[in-house]
Design a protein around this ligand. Sequence first.
Ligand SMILES: Cc1cc2nc3c(=O)[nH]c(=O)nc-3n(C[C@H](O)[C@H](O)[C@H](O)COP(=O)(O)O)c2cc1C
Length: 327
Amino acid sequence: MEGTVDFHVRQIISAIGGISFCVTEFLRVTNQLQPARAFKKICPELLQHSRTNSQTPVHLQLLGNNIPLIARHASKAVALLGAEVIDLNFGCPAKTVNRHKGGAVLLQTPDDVHRIVSASAQALADTHGRLTAKMRLGYEDKSLVFENLAAIEDGGASELTVHARTKIEGYKPPAHWEWLARIREKARIPIIANGEVWSIEDYHRCREVSGCQDVMIGRGLLADPYLAYRIRHDINEKPTEADLAAVILLYLWQIEQNHCPEKYLISRGKQWLAMMKKQDPRMDTLFNQAKTCIKAEPMLELIESTARGDRLFASRLPADFNQRLSN
Ligand SMILES: Cc1cc2nc3c(=O)[nH]c(=O)nc-3n(C[C@H](O)[C@H](O)[C@H](O)COP(=O)(O)O)c2cc1C
């Protein structure tokens, strides 16, 4: 997820557990072939066999509409840089992206979707790489959903994640899981359900309504980074405030160690707290205190002091982090 799920977030969430794979933020393909460093910036896991430290596979996502160039990016990522799975983005609703004919806007022209997928699949034909795609139900409406499914399948993608909303529905609930069932019934490739899974109950209902085996979780996993682990092990207890604050603290300590600018650290801390408090009112106080911070140090102290509280899931975070927190 662009601007939120970077390398460090993937490390932390995959170490907590329960996840089969992660997808990078998108690498935007514009009008020239990006250098290797641009791929590695989006996906530092390329330097470690496209795996997080806990060995969770990481798929590299590409976004754009330049057919030969997307295909060249896919083959460069796989053949030269060792990516294993390339995911094509047909879901991004951002105005700038759509104005440049990338992301969800392409769902209005399934022929373009087909050309992009099939050129990329051909570029990967003689490699070990696999191609997947992500789409929404449509742009303005759902009228082309099956055309887009066919475009992606016939183009040669091996798996499709569907965010169960159109572009104009943005992120507004509900997600139309019943549409996922219709798509899955027609599809020859596995369909991964996506949209509005915030809890264990949502996960089970989403699977039940959609009939999909697999579910992709976005914001729900940022709001509760233990959610996939809790789903996998059927643990109903919710993380405490301290559990949640500890994840943010671990993240901020990691990016601080990587010499990130203070402003960036502060905004990432506030951003993540905001995502957590939306789902969990217990995080209101910490968010309200942290949002007034204009320096990193007081913000880190606030988060640390909450993280020192009782934690149910301390064992899911790295031992050296727990050690530092207890000192
Ligand atoms: C801030 C933000 C950034 C996102 N960036 C991406 C992205 O780079 N690639 C992508 O496929 N989806 C992206 N998405 C969409 C999510 O992957 C997901 O499809 C959507 O949020 C619905 O799932 P959820 O309800 O589980 O969050 C983004 C969503 C948000 C809120």
